[in-house]
Design a protein around this ligand. Structure first.
Ligand SMILES: NC(=O)c1ccc[n+]([C@@H]2O[C@H](COP(=O)([O-])OP(=O)(O)OC[C@H]3O[C@@H](n4cnc5c(N)ncnc54)[C@H](OP(=O)(O)O)[C@@H]3O)[C@@H](O)[C@H]2O)c1
Length: 340
């Protein structure tokens, strides 16, 4: 098979489309022929070396993918050859709270991932793909969608709540679709005018441009009768957290998700003075994934796929993501038998 392997160092120059052995499933594992995978900002961070500077190499990258089971190891009883499945971001987080074992079982970092023609999954680390879902749509779900879902469920999103979203990448656009379906009001920030329009078409109740409205915390308070947002999906990190703390209402909830606007130090004072609930979110469990799939089906929600590339063009997809020109998700298609 062919796979995108990071080897010998960080940087795109160390990312190679390489011929590898097709793995053989051991007890409790399934071998999946992938049809589509999707890119996350995490993949950009992994390649540049800032996600995990001690990443074990060689490593096949990629956390998200959907395909069909083509072989099963001994003791596999959840899946059969021919089943259509989606891999879970964490191979060892079935349910309950996050554990060390689960956090160290991520595809594309702790173990070989999905930017390949085949991937080995734990049978407990996959979910069945609903019949009416195509592979490309399914491949967008494991990281970005589940993160948004986990954040909104943990923030008790429901009618009457106002949710603030930063940007229009994978997590935020899933956040928009899910929060609207949960009955919440959504405020969304984007640095690009045409993306604000698209977000409004998808149901965002009010949008602002964080370039032209740099004091967007004030804008959020204006939109909420001076109270602030109930829930913030914080994908910016230290670069935006201070302002998010000003934009959230007293006793509100901030899901700490990403680092798009950088890392750094934060002042804890506003967190305690406003009694804000600050919750780190690390994707989600298989049970959360299953619950989310039921919700997506009930509400007939489908992901927003901005653009698609063939898998051999991964570097172009990563560059598009790094430049932030997309809206929603970027998918890579895998044509069976074609190494590219
Ligand atoms: N904790 C977890 O489990 C988890 C899971 C998934 C993702 N993440 C993290 O969450 C972040 C988002 O991931 P993603 O995959 O959704 O990324 P993405 O698709 O690459 O989203 C990028 C978008 O974010 C917006 N953005 C960039 N800088 C911004 C800033 N300073 N302020 C506000 N918005 C900004 C831009 O949207 P506009 O062009 O509209 O401005 C950009 O297009 C990343 O840091 C990622 O590593 C964490």
């Amino acid at each position: 098979m062919h796979a995108w392997v990071l080897d010998g160092g960080f940087g795109t120059e160390h990312l190679r489309w390489t011929k590898c052995e097709i793995p053989v499933p051991a007890a409790g594992q399934i071998l999946v022929r992938l049809h589509a995978v999707s890119v996350n900002y995490r993949d950009v961070l992994i390649v540049e070396g800032s996600y995990n500077p001690r990443l074990s190499m060689p490593r096949i990258l990629g956390s998200d993918g959907a395909g069909e089971v083509i072989a099963v190891g001994p003791d596999v009883d959840r899946f059969r050859v021919g089943d259509r499945v989606i891999g879970c971001f964490m191979q060892k987080w079935a349910d309950g709270p996050l554990t060390d074992t689960a956090a160290r079982s991520t595809l594309g970092a702790d173990r070989d991932g999905t930017f390949a023609q085949y991937v080995l999954l734990e049978q407990a680390g996959a979910v069945p793909l609903p019949e009416d879902w195509d592979y490309a749509s399914a491949a967008t779900l494991p990281c970005a969608a589940l993160t948004a879902w986990n954040a909104l469920i943990s923030g008790e999103c429901r009618p009457g709540k106002t949710v603030l979203l930063l940007g229009t990448g994978g997590v935020s656009i899933f956040g928009l679709q899910l929060a609207k379906a949960m009955g919440a009001r959504v405020l969304l920030l984007s640095g690009q005018e045409h993306k604000r329009e698209r977000a409004a078409q998808l149901g965002a109740d009010a949008t602002a441009n964080y370039h032209t409205v740099p004091e967007w915390d004030r804008w959020v308070r204006e939109q909420t009768e001076g109270q602030g947002a109930d829930i913030v999906l914080e994908v910016g990190g230290a670069g935006t957290l201070e302002r998010s703390l000003r934009a959230v209402r007293r006793g509100g909830y901030i899901a700490l998700i990403g680092v798009l606007a950088g890392r750094g130090t934060i002042d804890p004072m506003p967190i305690l003075m406003k009694a804000v609930r600050l919750q780190g979110i690390f994707v989600g469990s298989r049970k959360m994934f299953e619950d989310m799939l039921v919700f997506l089906q009930q509400h007939r929600l489908r992901p927003v796929i901005d653009r698609r590339f063939p898998l051999p063009e991964l570097p172009a997809a990563l560059e598009a993501m790094r430049r932030g020109i997309h809206f929603g998700k970027i998918v890579l298609d895998i044509i069976p038998g074609v190494p590219g």
